[in-house]
Design a protein around this ligand. Structure first.
Ligand code: NAD
Length: 323
């Protein structure tokens, strides 16, 4: 069966690269991107429709026009921004999801992807190798909305048979599109500042360990999960998934392999520290490995190498353009 895919919230950090991967896999004419802001890269304009996921009528029009077989919902307000606008974060993260699930049922969409986050865990969750099933008491509005979203997804699967699939992404590291206001964004900013200024003032403390994943791994995981036979998907809330865990000081040491004079300092009292302190240091993703064969390919040293290589080229090109 021919797939027709709609990505909602396609112009952010993950959507920009997921759209490219889906176009590559299914063909340019089969992938419709949609967002409330314009694309970050020129290729993003192919089959782009501006739609707000909170506008149910507009969303209905989009589904009617393209009759999607798969829908990827990436529109959300992330952790750090969510703490500034908690009511809007709840509205977008929950009502956007409910709109998409209801319309997916109404339009007989075959598969829906919706990402959750390691933010579903909280101060009483075990910090090391956090298991799939454990205490979950998130205390950010982002984490609360993601945990509620997980329960809603599982409910729509059990109650209505909607084939919803989900991953609890850790911090995603990438260089093509800018990150969207999360607590793990330092692991991207650090590369930009290292290459431009040879120094970085980190908003998290030196020893704050967080689980991370390189974008290529995140995209491959997403495509593999969506390709898996329905009976392999035993978890319909959201799968734990991880690539590698590290601290800002470990990352700085890796960067010094390429830029020996790089220096890092640490800011006091950034509100993102309080968020990071409630999140896992590392994640146990045994279920994803067993159920649908997940295995990460990028460790810290490889991530550092590809980030420095790709970003130096990108910055070089951008500097060239501005001259
Ligand atoms: P992002 O902020 O970079 O992108 C989100 C996109 O949604 C933006 O382009 C934004 O314009 C769009 N959007 C916002 N409101 C909208 C609306 N009302 N209607 C339509 N579009 C709207 O976020 P991202 O990093 O690409 O994250 C995508 C998903 O992955 C989110 O659900 C996020 O919670 C989840 N996630 C991301 C990470 C990460 O490290 N990036 C980690 C865990 C989970």
């Amino acid at each position: 069966m021919e797939e027709r895919i709609i990505i909602l919230g396609s112009n952010g950090q993950i959507g920009t690269e997921l759209a490219a991967a889906l176009r590559e896999k299914f063909g340019h004419t089969q992938v419709i991107t949609s967002d409330i802001r314009p694309p970050q890269i020129p290729e993003g304009y192919s089959l782009f429709e501006p739609v707000d996921v909170l506008d149910r009528e507009a969303l209905h029009g989009l589904f009617t026009k393209y009759r999607p077989t798969q829908v990827y919902l990436l529109a959300a307000m992330l952790s750090a921004t969510g703490e500034k606008y908690p009511r809007q974060a709840w509205d977008l993260n929950i009502n956007g999801l409910l709109n998409v699930l209801d319309l997916s049922l109404e339009h007989s969409v075959r598969k829906v992807f919706w990402p959750s986050s390691i933010a579903v865990f909280g101060p009483h969750s075990p910090k090391a190798n956090t298991p799939q099933y454990t205490v979950m008491d998130p205390n950010t509005i982002y984490g609360i909305s993601k945990l509620s979203g997980e329960r809603i997804c599982e409910y729509y699967f059990n109650r209505f048979g909607l084939d919803v699939r989900s991953i609890r992404y850790p911090g995603i590291i990438s260089w093509k599109a800018a990150p969207g206001g999360g607590t793990t964004d330092y692991a991207i900013h650090i590369f930009h500042d290292a290459l431009k200024n040879n120094m970085y003032n980190c908003f998290l403390s030196a020893e704050t360990a967080l689980p991370m994943l390189y974008m290529d791994d995140a995209i491959r995981a997403t495509l593999d999960l969506m390709d898996a036979a329905p009976d392999k998907i035993r978890i319909r809330s959201s799968y734990n998934l991880t690539g590698v865990s590290f601290t800002p000081s470990m990352l700085a040491a890796e960067i010094r392999r390429f830029l020996p004079d790089f220096t890092i300092s640490y800011a006091d009292n950034d509100p993102r520290q309080a968020i990071a302190d409630t999140w896992p240091n590392s994640i146990d993703d045994t279920e994803a490995r067993n159920d649908w064969g997940w295995k990460p390919a990028f460790d810290l040293s490889r991530i550092t190498e590809v980030m420095i290589g790709n970003l130096s080229e990108k910055i070089h090109i951008e500097d060239g353009k501005s001259i």
